[in-house]
Structures are given as C-alpha cells and as structure tokens.
Design a protein. Structure first.
Length: 314
C-alpha cells in the first residue's frame, strides 16, 4: 500500500507540473507560445532527458553517411518540432482556429470524400511527423468525425489530460484496450472514420522494413481495413518552413491485398515523407530497438520463435 500511495503521489505531482507548464505557456501569445516550447525542447528538455542522444543514434543508423553537422541540425529541428507539437495539441481552441484554413491536398482527398458520402469506413494512418493532430483537426472542421486510437499513459492523471486534448478537436479517443478497440471497431462498422499511429515499436509485430531497417510493426490497421472493407489512408500534417502553418497531405488509399503488404506500403509512405523532411519526424523514438530485433532474428533462424512476419528489406 505505501508503494501504491507513493506512486499515486508521484503521478499527481508529475501531472500538476506538466499542467503548470502548459498553463504558463498559455500566458504567452499563440506564436510566441509555440516558438518558446520548441526552444525548450530543443535546448533543455531534449538534451536533459536523453532524447538528443537517442535521436543522434537513430540518425547514425539510418543515414550513416550524414555529416555530424547535418545530424546535429536535424536533431535540434526535430526536438523543436516535438515541443511545438505538444503545445499546439494542448491548445485545442487555438489549434482549431489555425487549421480551419487548411486545404486538403493529395490524391486521397477525392477518395475519402466519396467514402464519407457512401458511408464507407475510413482508417486514417499517421505518425509522429509534423503535427498529426493538425490534419485530423482540419478534417473535423470540414464535417468529419475522426477519433484517435492511442496508447494510454502509465500516469492516469496525465492520461486524462491527454484524452481531453484529443477529444477537444473532435472525435473520440479510443484507448488501446479491449473496450477501446471494441468502440473503435463499432465506429468502423457504422461507416465512420478513425485514426491511428503507425510508427511505434510493437514487440510482437511483423518485422517490416522502415527506412532500410527491420522494424517490428503492428498489422492491425491493415487487418481492420480488410475485415471491415475500410479505406486505409496515410495522412500527414506537414509543418511549413515558417514553423507555424501546415500542409494537410492525404495520400492515395492503400490498395487492399494482404495485411503485411499493406502495412509495408504504409511504412514506405511514411519513409518517403521522412526522407523529404527528416527534421519533422520524432527521431527520439525507440522505433527499431536493433538489439532486440537481432535477438529475435537469431531465435527465428534457430527455429525457436514462432512470431509471425519476417524481415523485409527495402
């Protein structure tokens, strides 16, 4: 019991500290707020939390020929984007006002409009690139009702704050839990729309290529699209060079085939976006965990690991 009480106390303290930071940032004008939070992450939070080091390691693995100077520039810009994204997503009223002017671009726009009119379900797939919520919020401003599937935080108080930030730009927040996924599926069966993230490490996921390295990847988006005849659409909120505006990019729907091939196509779509704008992806993520992947491949080679999916190299 003492351990549980201590954990609860620490969770409350961490949540209050973060809410206090958000409150403080909200005392600043909108653009100053965004710029300040970006600076804090790039110069203080990122280095102190080890995010800068991890981002450097990931960039070295994916782009071994990149100069140290270029790598440093991308790491700093990536962390700046993280900070900007956080404060944007915790400023829903300001975010909704800004994204109301976004014009959908890309070959997927006519397809999703036709699907919505025909009550065909749509699964939007995005990633920690630019600001994914900007695109979802912009479509919700145009009459869509796109909720989001999310991985719950260990801290229940911080999780409640995060869920609030998701739902205040429209749509429901679906936890990655039995009840949350059941609600997500009910939305699809009713011909609705929902969104999920692709670029997270999933220990038992299929080993698919991502930026030239095997990355354990969940097949669930493709599997649900096949089961419910849903459009599977990559969507991105690409940050503009001024650091404030966005381009809403809607890619062509992924053709239905098999779950692994469809998920690989999603990985390839994101990889192309990252190669074009590497400063906008969250390089601090533990996306590959190469030591664990190497151990898994060794077990598979020895015939002792029954995990589905083999590594695909692009």
């Amino acid at each position: 019991m003492p351990t549980k009480n201590r954990t609860d106390w620490l969770d409350r303290l961490a949540d209050k500290a973060f809410r206090g930071l958000i409150w403080l940032m909200h005392r600043l004008p909108w653009r100053t707020r965004i710029r300040t939070m970006g600076w804090l992450f790039a110069n203080i939070v990122g280095p102190a939390a080890g995010y800068s080091r991890r981002a450097h390691e990931n960039l070295k693995m994916i782009f071994p020929d990149m100069s140290a100077q270029e790598r440093k520039r991308i790491v700093r810009a990536s962390l700046d984007n993280v900070g900007r994204t956080i404060i944007e997503n915790y400023s829903p009223e300001d975010q909704l006002r800004d994204v109301a002017v976004l014009q959908p671009r890309g070959p997927g726009w006519p397809a999703i409009e036709a699907a919505r009119r025909g009550k065909r379900p749509i699964i939007f797939v995005s990633a920690h690139f630019g600001n994914w919520q900007a695109a979802r919020a912009a479509l919700n401003q145009r009459g869509y009702d796109i909720g989001g599937l999310y991985r719950p935080f260990n801290n229940p108080y911080a999780n409640a704050h995060y869920v609030e930030s998701i739902e205040r730009v429209g749509g429901r927040a679906y936890a990655r839990s039995r009840h949350g996924i059941a609600a997500f599926l009910r939305t699809l069966r009713a011909g609705g729309q929902a969104a999920m993230m692709l670029d997270q490490y999933v220990a038992q996921g299929a080993l698919l290529d991502f930026l030239g390295q095997p990355a354990p990847t969940s097949l669930s988006a493709a599997e649900m699209a096949l089961k419910h005849d849903a459009l599977l659409v990559p969507i991105y909120g690409l940050r503009l060079k001024d650091g404030f505006g966005f381009e809403m990019r809607i890619e062509a729907p992924i053709p239905h085939s098999d779950a692994e091939a469809m998920t690989q196509a999603l990985n390839d779509s994101l990889a192309a976006m990252i190669r074009a704008a590497p400063n906008q992806w969250f390089w601090m993520h533990r996306r590959w965990k190469p030591h664990r992947v190497a151990a898994r491949l060794a077990r598979e080679a020895a015939g002792t690991d029954a995990t589905p999916g083999s590594a695909r190299k692009g």
